[in-house]
Design a protein around this ligand. Structure first.
Ligand code: SAH
Ligand code: SF4
Ligand code: F3S
Length: 439
């Protein structure tokens, strides 16, 4: 038998990429590759890349620069780039980076084993074709169980929304929903291996199944997942506000397994900006959906994404974003300065703000959110929360888990509790976590 070879994967970008990296580990096991944490020890290094904003892209290129020295060392190392930059750049990337061995796009994961075999024989190669939806579903690679308590499950891939600023539809392709039978079977198998919480994953999960006359819609899928024995908690990400249906809102009222958290990015609080962004909803419509969600599940925690400095954003538009934040009361918010992305509609719009002005808007928004997050975290002090224990904390003798509302709680207890739901009294609150006491 061959001695095992070492695989180092560095993942950039969103949860879809994290998920795809886990799939790569599974796919390369058959080729006797075993994961390592050290690029120096690796025989194969893969970068799973993101180009959502210019900064994300720059990070990948500087990492590629750093890895050059390993390629030049005595040991033979193969270097590959996958993910969204690979999809976008394809052959160009292989030409531009002479020490790169393989480039595989977001629709070419299933080809990875063959590509690595060819690279081992000295070939340099690129695959970045888009697949049609049927082929794509038939070739959908699965990842194997890893013994964890929580697990992500892809339910759909790609995006058809074409928000004017966003590169995702160009690098992930058209929206396609996995067959519900496949999704449910995968989750049943996970439950048997000890998984207690699943997060249904996709760019826009609540448009799940809408293209099919035979498949359930997203609310229907949630109800079926909730029937699976052993799965105690269900989460999903990401949702698009325009596709939050009354049926989905009803799930929050009726499915106890569905966690009290929704990530529902608004992107802006200004109707003018929302329309320029091609988001398909108004501020009022967004707030109405938030209100309906809070009515269905009063303790629901809402998180979101916000973009500042979109072309044409005035001080007034910006202030509407701040006032929306206060009205919603986000538990947490990811916020970004607008970044012009190739091919997107908004890249053609004239920039109306200086870099400094945009950064100041972002800083102010983030300070406001930090304060609101900390205040909200403090409201949990003195309450009892059900926590699904996920593992041991970095700090000794503590374990950690999350509340149904997705707050991280650290508390002193035995690690044998991992995988169970326990009741914890919250005794202190910080910016990013809560401190608890086991009851
Ligand atoms: N599918 C998800 C989000 C995908 S990208 C959704 O629709 O909600 C994650 C976040 O990055 C977006 O919600 C948006 O806030 C931000 N983003 C995307 N493109 C961007 C750009 N060009 N400039 C700045 N932020 C951007
Ligand atoms: Fe991008 Fe909009 Fe699709 Fe989200 S819904 S991935 S922001 S195009
Ligand atoms: Fe980035 Fe691609 Fe995700 S661009 S955010 S890794 S879909």
């Amino acid at each position: 038998m061959n001695s095992t070879k070492k695989l180092f994967i560095q993942t950039f970008g969103c949860q879809m990429n994290v998920n795809d990296s886990e799939t790569m580990v599974t796919l390369l096991k058959d080729l006797e590759y075993e994961p390592t944490d050290s690029p120096e020890a690796a025989d194969l290094i893969l970068l799973n890349t993101c180009c959502i904003r210019a900064k994300a892209e720059q990070k990948v290129y500087s990492e590629l620069g750093r890895l050059k020295r390993l390629k030049k060392g005595e040991k033979k190392v193969l270097l590959g780039v996958g993910g969204c930059i690979a999809q976008q750049e394809g052959e160009r990337l292989l030409k531009r980076v002479p020490y790169l061995d393989l480039v595989f796009g977001t629709h070419s994961l299933h080809l990875l084993p063959d590509m690595v075999r060819a690279a081992e024989k000295g070939e340099r190669l690129t695959r970045n074709d888009f697949l049609d939806p049927d082929t794509r579903l038939d070739l959908f690679p699965r990842k194997e169980a890893d013994g964890g308590v929580t697990r992500f499950v892809t339910v759909m891939q790609g995006c058809d929304n074409f928000c004017s600023y966003c590169i995702v539809p160009y690098v992930r392709g058209r929206e396609v929903s996995r067959r519900s039978d496949d999704v449910l079977q995968e989750i049943r198998e996970m439950a048997v291996t000890g998984v207690r919480e699943v997060t249904l994953l996709g760019q826009n999960v609540n448009s799940y199944g809408l293209k099919s006359s035979t498949e359930p819609d997203f609310a229907g899928l949630l109800r079926r997942v909730a029937e699976i024995d052993g799965i105690e908690r269900i989460r999903f990400t990401t949702s698009h506000p325009k596709d939050i249906s009354p049926a989905l809102i009803a799930c929050f009222a009726e499915l106890p397994k569905l966690c009290s958290h929704i990530h529902l990015p608004a992107q802006s609080g200004s109707d003018r900006m929302l329309s320029g962004m091609n988001r398909g909803y108004s501020r009022r419509e967004y707030l109405d959906k938030i209100e309906a969600l809070k009515k269905a599940r009063p303790e629901i925690q809402i998180t979101g994404d916000m973009i500042v400095g979109f072309p044409g954003e005035t001080e007034e538009d910006y202030n509407e974003t701040l006032s929306l934040m206060a009205e919603v009361g986000y538990a947490d918010l990811f916020s970004f300065v607008f970044s012009a992305r190739p091919e997107t509609a908004a890249a053609k719009l004239a920039d109306t703000l200086t870099r400094k002005e945009k950064q100041e808007r972002l800083d102010r928004l983030q300070r406001l959110q930090q304060r609101m997050t900390l205040e909200r975290n403090h409201t949990f002090v003195g309450t009892c929360q059900d926590v699904l224990v996920e593992g041991t904390s970095k700090r000794s003798e503590q374990i950690f888990g999350r509340t149904s509302g997705n707050r991280i709680v650290n508390f002193a207890a035995d690690s044998s509790l991992v995988g169970t739901i326990v009741t914890v009294r919250i005794v202190d609150a910080f910016q990013n976590s809560l401190l608890g006491e086991l009851i």
